[in-house]
Design a protein around this ligand. Structure first.
Ligand code: NAP
Length: 237
């Protein structure tokens, strides 16, 4: 598989690491984020401002990518946010923002790229979920629900699109060294570390490696799968 790869949340963290790998593998990579900042250290084909919580922004962003670079053959739906709080203290905005960004935004992106992939009879979609989708996580009712929703979405998409050469898979990272986890305090960090069989957090490139595999030719017969990259934290689910 080659061609245009759109990586949402590609400005930093896991998305930037994925952009690095896909550029090195020969894809024409376009990154998207609210700021539109390009990932550092590589030259991407394009970097656009797109807010995946805003349906109009998604539509305009996808149109821009297709117009400038051609049909999208790979979608990495990676943009995501947390708004953590115990459920009794979780605001409506915390619920709406997380579900709109992580879940509804991803479904809209998949819908947006599906037409071109169906026409091409080829495509790769990877949704970035989380170990907490299946484990649950106190303080993350909104986030874990959004990430569990991605699994249902991916498997339904895999059924809808599978006969047309399109695969749809989920990568479920555990704890990864990015801006998202840098907010955790020391006590929470050491609690988490003690539960991870590998005894450490992942580096973003370790998640990107799994994503690169799933979009590559060796993974043509893998669809509807959940690939954990979690140091063993979620095993058994
Ligand atoms: P990060 O370092 O916080 O980066 C998040 C990326 O998403 C940034 O590029 C950000 O750019 C973009 N983004 C956020 N909201 C957006 C929106 N509404 N529209 C478009 N782009 C948006 O996060 P990360 O740790 O790399 O996480 C990437 C994905 O992996 C997320 O889906 C996260 O839930 C998942 N994940 C992370 C971990 C972890 O331990 N880090 C574990 C499991 C799963 P802007 O701010 O410019 O928009």
């Amino acid at each position: 598989m080659s061609g245009v790869a759109l990586v949402t949340g590609g400005s930093r963290g896991i998305g930037a690491a994925t952009a690095h790998r896909l550029v090195a593998a020969g894809y024409q990579v376009v990154t998207a984020s609210r700021t539109g900042a390009a990932p550092t250290g590589i030259t991407v084909a394009g970097s656009i401002a797109m807010d995946v919580a805003d349906p109009e922004s998604i539509e305009a962003g996808l149109d821009e990518v297709v117009k400038e670079h051609g049909s999208i053959s790979v979608l990495i739906a990676n943009a995501g946010i947390t708004r953590d709080a115990l459920v009794m203290r979780m605001s409506d905005e915390d619920i709406d923002q997380v579900l709109m960004t992580n879940l509804a935004g991803t479904i809209r992106l998949c819908r947006g790229v599906a037409r071109g992939m169906l026409r091409a009879k080829a495509g790769r979609i990877v949704l970035v979920s989380s170990v907490v989708a299946l484990m649950g996580s106190a303080g993350q009712v909104n986030y874990s629900a959004s990430k569990a929703g991605l699994i249902g979405a991916a498997r339904s998409l895999a059924r809808e699109l599978g006969s047309r050469g399109i695969t749809v898979n989920v990568v479920a990272p555990g704890f990864v060294n990015t801006d998202m986890t840098s907010e955790l305090d020391e006590q929470r960090r050491s609690e988490i570390l003690s539960a991870i069989p590998a005894g450490r957090y992942a580096e973003p490139d370790e998640v990107a490696a799994a994503i690169e595999f799933l979009v590559g030719p060796a993974a043509a017969y893998i669809t509807g799968a959940i690939m954990p990259v979690d140091g063993g934290l979620g095993m058994g689910h």
